[in-house]
Design a protein around this ligand. Structure first.
Ligand code: ADP
Ligand code: MG
Length: 342
């Protein structure tokens, strides 16, 4: 199959996902977008690299496509943005395009991507396609994908990491630690493992919180917001640094995902605090703002508070159930870094 045939396949597969804001999609030199009047454009880009973000032998292709898009959608959610269009740059090894089995992988990758794209109302408006290079004729090429997401927010109103003030309360949507727990099980068994229907697949098929992010913006609830891609400890540190504040998290308030809840207590807490890829939203809101128990169908839990910055004090503190206060270090982890891979 040639590059042209592959682009034609992409164009066909994604024809159903049309966007109100795409005046011209796949097929010309550029796409043409028509952002809503009075909006600002927000843009994010995320790599999905074989061996770094997924393992071909363990992750189902549908999940790879889903997660590639979910990462960017989660960034849009964190800004309170409405998605306008997605762009996919894809490098595939020659054998993936030439062989039937490889083509099946590609079709399943697109199916996963398309299902989430349709559900999120984001059309694929363009991209680039290439054969991925090999160092020698004997070595295997890697699957590399980069997704650019373009969204819109009302002018001057995008949620940022930088608005949290001392005295604000901290909240997260959904449950924490599920993605890390599911991934740990997959790596142990070297394949995806069954989860109960209520547990879902927080690692394989995370749900970006687009509606919750937009509701936070529309209702003016949040003073700052970030999505949990690297783990609560790391992402809260980003929010604190951007806002110039310190923070305190109460361990007993953390809502731990049932997949993590099956682990020994220490491991469950570790997954909730430091496990990445939950793609929930972490936000701050002034203490006087009434934050509902659920937003856009997603539960919301208060987990702590924003503190004034004090020289010599830790950026973040974890309040243990017995009220001991310990420093919370940012320790979100890189999944397939050489250390954690084996
Ligand atoms: P050019 O050489 O002008 O960049 P291409 O031949 O690369 O054009 O692409 C032709 C059209 O197909 C463009 O509209 C481009 O956005 C689209 N396209 C190419 N690859 C992809 C892809 N992986 N996903 C979505 N659209 C793609
Ligand atoms: Mg091109």
């Amino acid at each position: 199959m040639s590059e042209l045939a592959l682009i034609e396949q992409i164009r066909r597969e994604f024809a159903t996902a049309r966007g109100r804001h795409v005046a011209l999609g796949i097929g010309d030199d550029c796409a043409i977008l028509r952002p809503p009047a009075g909006s600002e454009i927000v843009v994010t880009t995320d790599f999905t690299l074989e061996g770094r973000h997924f393992l071909r032998g363990i992750h189902p292709a549908e999940s790879v496509g889903h997660r590639a898009l979910a990462r960017g959608l989660s960034d849009l959610a964190a800004m309170g943005a409405e998605p306008l269009a997605a762009f996919l740059s894809l490098a595939l090894p020659a054998e993936l395009v030439a062989k039937t089995e490889g083509r099946r992988w590609v079709a399943r990758f697109f199916a996963g991507l398309r299902t989430l794209a349709e559900r999120s109302n984001v059309p694929l408006a363009g991209g680039d396609t290439s054969e991925s290079p090999r160092e020698t004729a004997a070595s295997r090429g890697l699957i590399l994908a980069d997704i650019v997401l373009v969204g819109a927010t009302p002018k001057g109103r995008a949620l940022r990491r930088s608005g949290a003030k001392p005295g604000d309360l901290l909240y997260v949507t959904g449950q924490l630690g599920g993605a890390a727990a599911e991934l740990a099980r997959m790596l142990k068994h070297k394949r995806p493992v069954k989860a109960g229907p209520a547990e879902g697949h927080p690692h394989l098929f995370p749900e970006p919180r687009l509606a919750a992010g937009r509701a936070l913006l529309k209702r003016g609830l949040a003073s700052a917001c970030i999505d949990l891609s690297d783990g609560l400890s790391t992402d809260l540190a980003h929010l604190c640094q951007a806002s110039g504040v310190h923070a305190e998290v109460e361990q007993s308030l953390l809502s731990i995902h049932s997949l993590a809840g099956r682990l020994p207590a220490e491991a469950a807490l570790h997954a909730a605090l430091h496990g990445g890829e939950d793609y929930e939203l972490l936000f701050a809101a002034p203490a006087g703002v009434r934050v509902p128990k659920s937003i856009a169908g997603v539960s919301v839990a208060r987990i702590g508070r924003v503190m004034p910055k004090r020289e010599g004090r830790p950026l973040m503190v974890l309040v243990k159930p017995d009220n001991r206060r310990v420093a919370l270090e940012p320790a979100g982890w890189e999944h397939f870094s050489p250390v954690s891979k084996n």
